[in-house]
Design a protein around this ligand. Structure first.
Ligand code: ZN
Ligand code: ZN
Length: 254
């Protein structure tokens, strides 16, 4: 496996060299980490400001499924609080509603491929967030997924699921569920728990990989599921616990 990886890297390197002839004074784009890596691989690059000083979040939504403006304000606060980025900006765009819901992650990847326009550049790391007009495939009554971080800089928020969930009288506000889901998924892009940002103390949930076992932490597994979030929001919008924050700080975050 290691040899295979080495060969891949080696071939990329050779390809990079062969390309460099016609871009003598430009930056060599092959040296910028890409947007097609596995989850957690850009954790440090998202948190710190040594390679990328800026963060651009591309928000793409189907008609009727845009996030609430307030949710994006709160997300930005969270990103400013946890990263050293000097400039965090959004690009927002409505797309014609893709069909095919409930969506598999493969279908979500295809939607990203078709609609993502923002990618890492010299100073700016880019994150793609799709607000889907449908549920995730495979939902079960006690496990209704609200969002998924499926790649190093890619998130899907199942906005239709969130809207359905928050429609009833007495339900938490749409925005509070959006904020919880968005910040939880960004937590995964930031490498939590122990997938990209090494654990400083042992706090990974033994029953749920990449999740935290500390009470009320944003990275609890249940923050990703309808029933779980409803319970957590009784205490207000969940935030990261000190264990998760320590992991981020050790990997270049705040
Ligand atoms: Zn999660
Ligand atoms: Zn935690």
């Amino acid at each position: 496996m290691k040899t295979f990886k080495f060969l891949c890297l080696a071939s990329l390197f050779i390809f990079g060299l062969s390309c460099s002839d016609d871009q003598e004074n430009g930056t060599n784009e092959n040296q910028i980490p890409g947007n097609n890596l596995s989850l957690g691989q850009s954790a440090h690059d998202l948190l710190a400001n040594d390679i990328f000083t800026q963060l651009e979040v591309e928000i793409v939504y189907a008609e009727g499924f845009a996030p609430q403006e307030n949710s994006l304000i709160q997300l930005k606060n969270f990103l400013e609080q946890r990263t050293f980025k000097t400039n965090i900006t959004y690009i927002e765009r409505q797309i014609s509603s893709p069909s095919g819901a409930p969506y598999s992650i493969e279908e979500i990847r295809a939607i990203e491929e078709q609609h993502r326009t923002s990618f890492n550049t010299e100073n700016t790391i880019s994150v793609f967030v799709f607000f889907a007009n449908g549920d995730r495939e495979g939902n079960q009554e006690n496990q209704i997924t609200l969002g998924t971080a499926y790649q190093n800089t890619s998130i899907v928020i199942f906005e239709k699921t969130i809207q359905d969930l928050t429609q009833n009288l007495g339900a938490p506000s749409t925005s509070s569920v959006e904020v919880t889901t968005l910040t939880h998924e960004f937590g995964h892009l930031f490498g939590l728990v122990d997938v990209g940002s090494p654990m400083q103390t042992n706090h990974e949930d033994q029953d749920s990989q990449a999740h935290c076992d500390i009470e009320n932490c944003l990275m609890r597994a249940q923050a990703e599921f309808a029933g779980g979030v409803m319970g957590m929001l009784g205490n207000g919008i969940p935030d990261l616990g000190p264990e998760c924050i320590a992991d981020l700080q050790a990997n270049g975050g705040r």
